[in-house]
Design a protein around this ligand. Structure first.
Ligand code: ADP
Ligand code: MG
Length: 619
């Protein structure tokens, strides 16, 4: 099955490099590869002898140390919920603090260790990190692929939701490594989906595309621009806690009304039974109008229209995200040429219909929506293997990245929705004479004050040679690699002192937080502008006070007593305004102090001149 190629220079036989594409999903995972088919390179999902392509992202730990993944593990959701782990992806790169609000929704034990370190799952007396758990799934996928392909599989492209932050991407990478895979690239899921459809292959093709991805647990919308064989992600938006699971829950809600005698409290098995029945009903309702089933001997039934009324608000929320993504991309629905449907939940007729009506477009939905991301990952793998040179990929950062400057202001180096990989740099200088170190603190977010943003990391650039304030030139560079991981470096250009870090925050940011941050920045835009104006006025005032103090210390003799008093009194007025945090007063007082001091500065220059003419150097 594996292809071999002969190196004509050496005559040696080389096994063709196989790089697989993996969709490591919240609900389902799968592997795809690209095959040569009638002269064309086509992505296909790997199908096991059981005929299935999807591997449920579920891990069961048996009582004898045996581990089961996928369909085998799924059965145990009912008989051993506390030993059967699902939705691990929700825990990737998270601390307990991040997930505690949702902890009750897991039927297994998520450990509260009262720290900000990464969360663990307890099974019996064993503890597992989400990385180890994901590695179990990846290991299973790898084994399946090797079984089907009959060759070793060691290189992969793995997809992640567009809003995964650095920690979550790194965690995914680490899981791959733990499973014995060399992870060549982490790719955003919506981007992969667009790739799968091979849109934009023709160099003359120009299109704007929306990728709507509603899976089991996450929702993502991406607006892509295809031009000259290049995929560019114009904007992304989404919600980590919106997906088919919520549809199941809506149905469980309807069932509970029909069997009020059932008490789900403290009955994990019943909760799981209801959940599975909910999913069964949902899938049935994708092709029939009515579902009838039973639970513990009691009949339940649901009509499609009942289901649709229950989930309509959820579908509406996805459309709100679409509106936001469009507005971020500065496009309207009529600018969108194609809409790609991704994720098993887009099989729900109401979802398709709503999306079709929203965009007023026919949908790209010919591939299985739950396979299309893996297919795209395989296409990306094919590009990396050098076999497909027609396409190139650009992604974007979901939030702005910057550093803290004087007065706690956010100075943005990489604005949100910037293309990645990307590089940005800016020069800064010292505030104080002889300052030998500079604290560089990296933030993520849209607010004007860093206090309102998310701190990612900080470090000290030490060993700056002694120079007057304002003289050192410290260049800060932000480098975001193709995986979206940020490297920050600082270099003092006069001395060459340098330092850098890779930003891997302690624990991550949820999509909800990302959304909240974007929302906050809109809601607080006015307040932020005022806060920024105050900080800027205060910074200028403090600088003015410092300069004046320095001047008075060195040049007292140039001033009359009256001038001296007037200056000191105005400095006091300014200090009072500063402590009152009154922007207008601060500006007025700074202006007044500046007016008083300006003639002194001229006098100093004159005196410097006359001294210079007398042959004495002035410092
Ligand atoms: P993820 O990307 O989160 O792993 P998938 O894309 O595999 O998820 O989608 C899984 C979701 O799709 C589940 O909630 C599942 O119930 C739902 N799903 C699968 N088939 C159907 C169907 N025929 N009708 C409705 N929902 C479906
Ligand atoms: Mg998915």
């Amino acid at each position: 099955m594996a292809k071999v190629s002969i190196n004509l220079a050496t005559g040696s036989i080389q096994e063709e490099e196989l790089i697989v594409g993996i969709d490591l999903g919240t609900t389902n995972s799968l592997i795809a590869i690209v095959r040569e088919d009638e002269g064309q390179r086509k992505p296909i999902a790997l199908r096991e002898t059981d005929g299935l392509t999807l591997v449920p992202s579920i891990i069961h730990f048996g009582p004898f140390g045996d581990v089961h993944v996928g369909q085998d593990a799924r059965q145990h959701l009912l008989d051993a919920p506390e030993r059967t782990i699902y939705s691990v992806k929700r825990l990737m790169g998270k601390s307990y603090h991040d997930v505690e609000d949702h902890a009750a929704s897991f039927a297994y034990k998520v450990i509260d260790d009262h720290t900000d370190s990464l969360v663990k799952v307890a099974v019996g007396n064993q503890f597992y990190s989400p990385i180890e758990l994901s590695a179990q799934i990846l290991h299973q996928l790898k084994a399946r692929a090797e079984h089907v392909l009959k060759v070793p599989v060691s290189k992969a492209v793995i997809t992640v939701p567009a809003y995964f932050n650095d920690t979550q991407r790194q965690a995914t990478r680490d899981a791959g490594k733990l499973a014995g895979l060399d992870v060549l690239r982490i790719v955003n899921e919506p981007t992969a989906a667009a790739l799968a459809y091979g849109l934009g292959v023709r160099p003359d093709e120009e299109r704007s595309i929306a990728v709507y991805d509603l899976g089991g647990g996450t929702f993502d919308i991406s607006i892509l621009r295809l031009s000259g064989g290049i995929f560019e992600v114009l904007s992304t938006h989404g919600d980590t806690y919106l997906g088919g699971d919520d549809f199941d829950r809506a149905l469980v809600g309807l069932f509970k009304q029909q069997v009020p005698q059932f008490n789900t409290e403290d009955d994990a098995t019943l909760i799981q039974e209801l959940r599975l029945l909910g999913e069964e009903a949902k899938k049935a309702l994708s092709h029939s109008e009515f579902f009838e089933g039973s639970i513990r001997g009691e009949k339940i039934h649901v009509h499609r229209h009942e289901f649709e009324s229950a989930i309509r608000p959820l579908v509406e929320r996805t459309l709100d995200s679409c509106r936001q993504a469009l507005s971020d991309a500065r496009l309207s629905t009529k600018d969108i040429d194609a809409v790609v449907m991704v994720g098993g939940s887009t099989r729900v007729p109401l979802v398709k219909q709503s999306v079709r009506e929203f965009f007023v477009r026919e949908l790209f939905d010919s591939f299985n929506p739950d396979e299309v991301v893996a297919l795209g990952a395989a296409v990306q793998a094919d590009i990396l293997a050098g076999k497909n040179t027609d396409m190139l990929l650009l992604d974007v950062t979901p939030l702005s990245l910057g550093i803290e400057t004087m007065g706690g202001l956010m100075d943005v180096l990489v604005p949100r929705n910037s293309k990645i990989p990307s590089k940005a740099g800016r020069q800064y200088t010292t505030q104080k004479d002889g300052q030998s170190a500079m604290a560089i603190t990296v933030y993520q977010g849209e607010r004007d004050l860093v206090a309102d943003n998310r701190k990612l990391a900080s470090f000290n650039l030490k060993g700056i040679p002694s120079m007057p304030a304002g003289l050192p030139k410290v260049e800060i560079t932000f480098l975001i690699d193709a995986d979206g991981i940020l490297k920050v470096s600082a270099k003092e250009l006069r001395s060459g002192v340098a330092q850098s870090i890779s930003v891997k925050p302690q624990y991550g940011l949820t999509d909800e937080e990302v959304e909240q941050m974007l929302m906050d920045s809109l809601l607080n835009a006015r307040k932020d502008m005022q806060a920024r104006a105050l900080v800027e006025a205060s910074t200028e005032a403090e600088q003015m006070l410092l300069t004046t103090e320095n001047f008075l210390q060195k040049n007292r003799n140039l001033l009359s007593e009256e001038e001296m008093n007037r200056t000191l009194s105005q400095m006091n007025t300014l200090r009072v305004a500063l402590s009152a945090k009154e922007k207008n007063q601060i500006q007025a007082a700074t202006e007044a102090l500046n007016d008083i001091c300006r003639p002194f500065a001229e006098r100093l220059m004159d005196s410097a001149l006359s001294e210079a003419m007398r042959g004495t150097k002035v410092l």
